[in-house]
Write a protein that binds this ligand. Structure first.
Ligand SMILES: NC(=O)c1ccc[n+]([C@@H]2O[C@H](COP(=O)([O-])OP(=O)(O)OC[C@H]3O[C@@H](n4cnc5c(N)ncnc54)[C@H](OP(=O)(O)O)[C@@H]3O)[C@@H](O)[C@H]2O)c1
Length: 313
């Protein structure tokens, strides 16, 4: 099979012929139709995360896939050959930038009927990070939420899904993005959109019950904007988030790091929202497998609006 392979931290990426992986017990083999890029892919490849998530080389990067089941390992009963599935592959292996990849059944869900494979590939990692950050860390109720929620990075891979999940919960949603993405933020359901490039962007907008920061991980500017028992969560694992989670000068306010825990149950929660018409994946751009390097350059630019998709088949 064709796969994009990296052999060392900071090393080049090349398209190579590799053996097709074999599904082990409780795993499915997926013929990958589309994959999606996440910043963690190129952060891991650079070596920046080697202390936390070491890479075993040669490495086929890529965590998000959508495609068709091409084989199943021992003990798999819920999936059969031909089913359309998507998944966030296990952290220890990755392997999504290839024509075939294996994923544990605990990470796989059926793609909602009619969903484009590229959009389906864009959902798992970013969608679960959005969902878990809001539901499990800030404890935003998923129905009947009466809270005022600020999503920082409302046009990004995680943020554009967080806006929609917060909106579906019933919250009042304020999205933060640059002016060029304001129409996108509104189309996702944000009640108000703040342009962070303007002077004093938060003037007159506070207080917020919840701030979900998908850009920077520095709670400093946001803690004063929270209600007395407000919660700040960030999926960007910056030292400031972890330090302020241990102690912050604003008694009663919480600082909450978000670390994704992949699981099929949460992917199905997202799929249910897609089926209900409450969640959609916006595609920033599409690249063929051999142009993965260009796709990463787009991601590194920090300007992607929605998800970057790799068309594998
Ligand atoms: N902890 C976890 O488990 C976990 C999981 C997933 C992702 N992450 C991390 O979360 C971060 C976001 O990931 P992502 O996939 O959403 O990234 P992304 O798609 O690359 O984010 C790009 C978006 O950020 C916006 N942006 C940049 N600077 C901004 C600012 N100052 N204020 C508001 N928006 C701004 C850009 O909009 P403009 O072009 O309009 O500026 C662009 O739309 C990454 O650092 C990633 O590694 C962590």
């Amino acid at each position: 099979m064709r796969a994009m392979v990296i052999k060392a931290y900071g090393g080049p990426m090349s398209l190579e012929e590799r053996p097709r992986p074999t599904p082990g017990p409780e795993q499915v083999l997926v013929r990958v139709i589309a994959a999606s890029v996440n910043p963690v892919d190129w952060k891991m490849a650079s070596g920046a995360l080697r202390l936390f998530i070491p890479v075993k080389f040669p490495w086929v990067p890529g965590y998000d896939i959508a495609g068709e089941v091409a084989g199943v390992g021992a003990g798999v009963t819920a999936f059969s050959v031909g089913m359309r599935v998507h998944a966030r592959i296990a952290e220890s292996t990755a392997g999504g930038s290839a024509e075939y990849a294996v994923a544990g059944v605990d990470a796989v869900a059926e793609i909602p009927a009619g969903m484009d494979p590229g959009e389906a590939a864009g959902l798992p990692l970013a969608g679960m990070t959005a969902l878990q950050g809001l539901r499990d860390r800030t404890m935003l109720p998923m129905t009947g939420a009466r809270e005022r929620v600020l999503i920082v990075g409302a046009s990004g891979g995680v943020g554009h899904l967080a806006v929609q999940i917060a909106r579906a919960s019933g919250a009042t949603v304020v999205g933060v993005c640059s002016g060029r993405n304001a129409a996108l933020g509104a189309s996702l359901g944000a009640h108000e959109v703040i342009d962070y490039t303007q002077p004093d962007p938060y003037g007159g907008q506070a207080p917020f019950d919840v701030v979900y920061d998908c850009v920077a991980g520095d709670p400093g500017p946001f803690l004063p904007l929270l209600t007395p028992k407000g919660r700040y969560a960030s999926c960007v694992p910056a030292p400031a988030t972890f330090l302020r989670a241990l102690w912050n000068p604003f008694v009663g306010k919480s600082v909450l790091p978000v670390m994704l825990k992949s699981n099929a149950a949460d992917l199905r929660v997202l799929d249910t929202l897609v089926e209900a018409g409450k969640l959609r994946v916006v595609v920033d751009s599409r690249f063929p497998l051999e142009a993965l390097g260009e796709a990463w350059a787009r991601s590194k630019s920090g300007r992607a609006a929605g998800k970057i998709v790799i068309e594998v088949a």
